[in-house]
Ligand binder design. Structure first.
Ligand code: WTA
Length: 684
């Protein structure tokens, strides 16, 4: 199948989930350890924990009653009549007929409860002298002003707003102002390219784009508005004209760098927001009203707009933030290091913590700006108690050396979290020892953009942990590990991770493509009605659950999802490239790294310097998708390994990229191909 997408021509979309790869072996990461330690919950921690072991029993006794109870953590303007309506499966309705306002729940109600003076956001800019504290009362005023302005533009509930911003207080305000009005936000990671922004703006038909003039990156201002101009204009290769849906671009002045200006479209935030009234009455929206769309990579080149709703999403975000992080409002200083461009930033940067009245750290920059001490300085200065980050960053800290955390007082930390990719046992132990004072619990949390909130994780006061294992589904979530015939696999055998019952924060569909929704997640185990997560997993003999990585053509680079075909289509978009095959290969720091094999067109100039071309290809991918998607290695090859029916055998390429010899080449149309690739390829 060949489809034209906004980011180029995509060949051979793999939409048949039966074509998934076998569950990957992760022996190197998982079982090469001499010991199999178990850390029981510390009794002192368990004593004060938000959730004890009985939480599991209550949930399994009556799952829907359990979620009904959790929904009451929130303030609703209208009560629901039914907890779950699954009659239209796989499209769920949770808390049927209930109404609530997400922004009211995240902001106003804390002010009304007398906590207006509590800091909601300790914001720290990348430049070292740049910091602001925003209380809940101030946040309420800012959100109300921004909501009043957005209403004045004529936006009404259900309209879409794209947010393309660095991590600024205004980013939080923009998201919450949308939520307050029922405007469905689509946050696009500011590290994504103009082409990626454009395809997302077009797909959701966003009426407004909120951005900043620029952002600080490693001490220097980098343009951002310029990328928006490019995205919305007609200069991109992939588009036919200007983005038609967009009426206004609201621009936060962050760096002061020069920007082009389109008078009828562009508005400075500081010229329109501060003068707005702080009076704004939040309206209750239906529990199923779409709170946001967030695009994520699937197995084809076209990103999927994952739809999340208001009631179910916020319920599970709030509940999991409360029990998994054991969060104590007014006491904890909570830091989720994810950017709001990713789902982790949505659920555990914004909605989960703010719904619980948390005091959140928000840091704009990179961990090594100006030095590799930055995160630890922030932890020390603000007394961060809960720190939630990604294995890639932990492995990077390991590389930088233990002396760095050691030179800071990190004793405020009482809980550590990990998300985004499997955490290898070494990194887990290092995290606990060097960041957690060899004492604090670690929660390894498995979930996805699609699941909306944490699904598998220990509860720190109730569940024993093992380095590298996500342990077990949280209360109220039912998961299983099955073989291709949907039969449960025995312990120590690898299988497919499935979710067997609907959960409140589940996605409700893919924006504009419900068929793809059914096909991608629900057709693999249609008869059983299981949600197919796309991850391989196993139970060990102690009943702990291990996530073994993706089983589809999605790579996980530093916890960021990128599909092989997205990168392939960017490469094939280059004039000199005839064909490309991309695989994710194990990488000691980033988890996986992108490795590409390309065949040049016959028309490609004979005398091209191949290493220069490889650099150019890398730049193309960076421009078309994002610098995150830049291949680590690109090899120009005479041919790709294909079966007789023409399917590229990525597994052989993956073996090669990971330095393994051999592999079964008997199904190749020409078994000598691998040898040719090895001897005749040019790698850069
Ligand atoms: C992977 C991020 C192992 C997994 C919240 C999943 C993990 C994908 C873990 C979703 C974990 C996430 N252990 N693997 N604790 N957490 N993953 O949508 O492959 O960006 O399917 O959501 O990340 O990535 P996404």
């Amino acid at each position: 199948m060949t489809t034209l997408t906004p980011i180029g021509l995509v060949a051979t979309a793999v939409s048949n989930p039966a074509a998934v790869n076998p569950v990957p072996e992760r022996e190197s990461l998982m079982t090469a350890h001499p010991h199999n330690e178990i850390f029981a919950p510390d009794p002192a921690f368990a004593e004060q924990a938000n959730a004890g072991p009985d939480e599991y029993e209550r949930a399994s006794a009556d799952r829907l009653a359990f979620w009904d109870e959790q929904a009451r953590r929130l303030d609703w303007s209208d009560e629901w009549s039914e907890v779950l309506d699954w009659s239209d499966a796989p499209v769920a309705k949770w808390f049927v007929g209930g109404k609530l306002n997400a922004a009211y729940n995240c902001v106003d109600r804390h002010v009304e409860a007398g906590n207006g003076d509590r800091v909601a956001i300790h914001w720290v800019g990348e430049p070292t002298d740049d910091a602001r504290d925003i209380t809940y009362a101030e946040l309420k005023d800012d959100v109300s002003r921004t909501a009043n302005y957005l209403s004045s533009l004529g936006l009404v509930a259900g309209d879409r707003v794209a947010i393309y911003m660095p991590l600024l207080p205004e980013t939080y305000v923009a998201m919450l102002a949308c939520a307050r009005l029922g405007l469905t936000h689509s946050v696009v990671f500011a590290g994504f390219s103009s082409a990626a922004l454009r395809s997302r703006v077009d797909d959701a038909e966003a009426k407004v784009v909120i951005t900043a003039d620029g952002q600080f990156r490693r001490g220097k201002p980098a343009p951002l508005k310029a990328g928006v101009d490019e995205a919305l204009g007609s200069s991109l290769d992939s588009v036919d004209g200007p983005a038609e849906s967009v009426q206004k671009v609201l621009v936060v002045r962050r760096t002061g760098i020069d920007v082009d200006w389109q008078d009828d479209r562009d508005v400075w935030w500081d010229e329109v927001i501060p003068s707005q009234s702080t009076d704004h009455t939040p309206e209750g929206f239906d529990a199923e009203h779409p709170l946001f769309v967030l695009y994520t990579s699937g197995t084809t080149g076209k990103p999927k707009g994952i739809i999340h709703t208001t009631g179910g999403y916020l319920t599970q975000a709030s509940y999991t933030h409360h029990v998994v992080f054991d969060h104590k409002p007014g006491k904890d200083i909570y830091w989720c290091t994810a950017d709001v461009g990713w789902v982790t930033g949505h659920t555990y940067g914004v909605y989960g913590p703010l719904s619980n009245g948390a005091t959140c750290m928000v840091y704009e920059g990179t961990p090594n700006s100006p030095t590799e001490h930055r995160h630890f300085e922030i932890i020390e200065k603000y007394g961060v108690t809960i720190y939630y980050s990604a294995p890639t960053l932990i492995r990077t800290f390991m590389k930088w050396g233990r002396e760095i955390p050691k030179s800071h007082d990190l004793s405020s930390i009482r809980l550590l979290g990990s998300v985004g990719e499997p955490i290898n046992p070494e990194a887990w132990r290092w995290y606990r020892e060097h960041i957690g004072g060899d004492a604090v619990p670690i929660v390894d949390t498995w979930w996805q953009t699609e699941t909306g909130a944490i699904m598998i994780s220990p509860l720190p006061g109730a569940t024993a942990t093992k380095p590298g294992s996500a342990m077990r589904p949280i209360p109220g979530v039912e998961a299983s590990i099955v073989d291709g015939d949907a039969k449960q696999v025995p312990p120590e055998e690898q299988g497919f991770l499935v979710i067997t019952e609907p959960w409140p924060a589940m996605l409700r569909g893919i924006w504009g493509d419900m068929e793809r929704y059914r096909d991608t997640y629900w057709s693999r185990f249609a008869e059983e009605g299981y949600y197919f997560a796309g991850d391989g997993a196993k139970w060990d003999s102690d009943g702990a659950l291990w996530i073994l990585g993706r089983v589809d053509d999605v790579m996980n680079i530093s916890g960021h999802r990128i599909s092989t075909s997205e990168v392939e289509s960017a490469l094939v978009g280059h004039d000199s490239v005839a064909e490309a095959a991309v695989v994710g290969a194990d990488d000691a720091t980033t988890g996986q790294a992108i490795v590409a094999y390309v065949i040049l067109r016959e028309s490609a100039p004979e005398d091209t310097d191949r290493l220069e071309l490889i650099d150019e290809l890398r730049a193309t991918v960076s421009r078309e998708i994002s610098p995150i998607a830049k291949p680590r290695d690109i090899t120009i090859v005479p041919e790709l390994p294909k079966t007789r029916s023409g399917k590229i055998m990525r597994r052989l390429l993956k073996d090669m990229a990971e330095g393994r010899e051999g592999g079964d080449t008997s199904t190749l149309s020409d078994p000598s191909i691998m040898e040719q690739i090895r001897t005749k390829g040019t790698r850069g």
